[in-house]
Design a binder for this molecule. Structure first.
Ligand SMILES: *Cc1c(COP(=O)(O)O)cnc(C)c1O
Length: 406
């Protein structure tokens, strides 16, 4: 939980703007506005907005800040982590050659293959393979979805390989994948650089230490920065990625406020009282866990993050035959109220939803606890409308198709 607008201000904002009031217990979801932007970043953005700056100078200052926090040689800020992946792949394809950068994506030259474990070819709202292709890369899937061996990567790396891409995320298959260190050893053995998509990870140093040549982060996820991406790594590759702003990066342009806001968020990250935030998050989890006691068929457990971020969530598992309703139905009912409470439901087919405490404003934890009890009491009395989890997935595309349809 972060310092954030007080509840009253929160709700009056929604009334005045005509937007749906909501509480985010799903995590750092870009579809909900990512995260609560920290005060330091908000102030920095307000400071720079009315001024002119030399953008290369600002990016050089960002590079120093990024280097300090990540241990990288250099870095820069771009529009998003997804943009960071495309620019890093482009860098591996063209090297430090502006003429070749201008020829992307249609004429990448002979070395444009990007090796990715099949289980890492995930969607974060868009297919990651497309972020590679945007840069003129060709995705070479390695291994099978739940089973990858060394020789499969070794064979995939050939004279046409520009990079290996490794994704650290709850979106990827969580077993049977090659550890980053091994992936990097094999890539480096073949003279191939490794790009790590660590968009949603707290650890700013570990992936570079484990052999990544470039690590890409989102500024707007756990860092609580503005919408932006951070590219950090080997100086030559970072410079080649920055050069892509002459080409495909033009449509991924980042503004002065996002660069400066990201720098402030990084600085604030250093000073943040992570232990105190963790304690408040754990308090919220226990409050919700208590609120769920005594409902037949409903089990609430505090579970660690699957990629080892220092964050726990409340897993609400529902035995449908005992409870008479599913976990997905609870999520749907919570989203239908006002304020809408948006839960983490991407695994609801497995019989559970999760509550993520990392984006709670003051007062929100209590509202969630009350609504949990209301929804579950109603559910016990009258049952719940049952959503179809696959149809919920289709809903992501439906929302785009329906937008402004009439
Ligand atoms: C969120 C996410 C992205 C996209 O990040 P943006 O900064 O919103 O572009 C990419 N990869 C992974 C693994 C993510 O979790």
């Amino acid at each position: 939980m972060l310092e954030s607008p007080k509840n009253d201000a929160d709700w009056s904002f929604y009334e005045e703007s005509g937007l749906t009031p909501l509480i985010n217990v799903s995590g750092t979801m870009t579809s909900l506005g990512a995260s609560i932007v920290v005060e330091e970043a908000r102030r920095a953005m307000a400071d720079i907005l009315p001024r002119f700056v030399m953008m290369h100078e600002l990016q050089a200052a960002a590079s120093r800040r990024i280097a300090e926090l990540t241990g990288a040689e250099a870095g820069f800020v771009t529009a998003s982590a997804s943009a960071g992946v495309s620019l890093s792949v482009a860098a591996a394809i063209t090297g430090f050659d502006p003429g070749r950068a201008e020829m992307l994506p249609q004429r990448p030259g002979p070395k444009n293959r990007v090796a990715v474990q099949l289980g890492h070819l995930c969607s974060y709202g868009a297919p990651i393979g497309q972020a590679v292709e945007l840069a003129g890369g060709v995705v070479v899937p390695v291994g099978q979805s739940t089973h990858v061996m060394d020789h499969q990567l070794e064979t995939a790396l050939d004279a046409e390989t520009a990079a290996g891409l490794y994704v650290v995320s709850h979106h990827v298959v969580e077993y049977g994948q090659m550890p980053l260190q091994r992936f990097a050893e094999i890539c480096h053995g073949a003279g191939v650089p490794v790009i790590v998509d660590a968009a949603s990870e707290y650890d700013l140093e570990g992936f570079l230490r484990q052999g990544a040549d470039i690590a890409v982060y989102s500024a707007h996820k756990f860092l609580g920065g503005p919408t932006a991406g951070i590219v950090a790594g080997r100086r030559d590759l970072v410079r080649a990625a920055y050069l892509q702003n002459l080409g495909i990066g033009r449509g991924m342009k980042v503004g002065k406020e996002s660069i400066y806001g990201t720098m402030a968020a990084l600085e604030a990250w250093k000073r943040r009282d992570h232990a105190a935030i963790r304690r408040r998050e754990e308090e919220a989890l226990r409050l919700w866990q208590q609120a769920l006691q005594g409902f037949a068929g409903v089990t609430a457990t505090i579970v660690p993050d699957p990629t080892d971020n220092p964050l726990s969530r409340l897993k609400i598992a529902v035995d449908r035959s005992e409870a008479g309703f599913s976990a997905a139905a609870i999520g749907k009912a919570l989203a239908a109220g006002s304020p809408a409470i948006i839960v983490r439901d991407h695994e609801s087919e497995l019989g559970y939803i999760q509550l993520d405490p990392c984006n709670l404003a003051e007062g929100h934890a209590g509202i969630v606890a009350e609504r949990l009890q209301e929804v579950l009491s109603d559910a016990q009395a009258k049952g719940l409308e049952e959503p179809d989890p696959h149809d919920m997935r289709n809903g992501a595309a439906r929302a785009y198709r329906d937008w402004q349809a009439d």
